[in-house]
Ligand binder design. Structure first.
Ligand SMILES: [Zn+2]
Ligand SMILES: [Zn+2]
Length: 147
């Protein structure tokens, strides 16, 4: 993950790039190529962080994500943190301290409909009115994964 230079007005987006950002527009990101996986998390930390019943995210290799803008960071796990826009407070991503992975939130992307969840985790915390998607379901973290 490297800082993204300020956008130039007539920069054409190369293929294989997805763009997104926060609600106020101060923090912008780009992600190269396809995500490693896409998921939904119903855990209490995600619920509270987003003020929403679940968090939808796309996991990228950190080297494929660049961003620029005013950031605020919150240490949400022993080896991970969550980054948001310092101006408007929008959550932007979760990242591990090792610098391997970045989980961008689906709602932050400019384009709608290009990424769909492949699994759901922490379904123990699912809202009872929310039906499961027809994808793999995990009551807690996926085996071998934890924030
Ligand atoms: Zn913002
Ligand atoms: Zn979560």
């Amino acid at each position: 993950m490297t800082p993204l230079p300020p956008p130039t007005p007539d920069a054409a987006a190369p293929p294989g790039l997805r763009h997104g950002g926060c609600a106020c527009g101060a923090l912008r990101f780009e992600a190269r190529g396809e995500p490693l996986h896409v998921g939904l998390c119903h855990c209490m930390t995600c619920r509270r962080r987003h003020g929403a019943p679940f968090n939808a995210f796309a996991t990228y290799a950190a080297a494929d994500v660049r961003w620029h803008g005013p950031d605020s960071r919150w240490r949400s796990g022993e080896r991970s943190y969550r980054l948001g826009c310092a101006t408007c407070g929008s959550p932007i991503f979760w990242a591990d301290d090792a610098g391997d992975y970045v989980e961008l939130h689906l709602g932050s992307f400019d384009e709608i409909g290009t990424l769909a969840p492949q699994y759901e985790i922490w379904t123990l915390r699912r809202e009872p009115w929310l039906a499961p998607l027809p994808v793999a379901q995990y009551e807690r973290d996926r085996p071998g994964e934890a924030a």
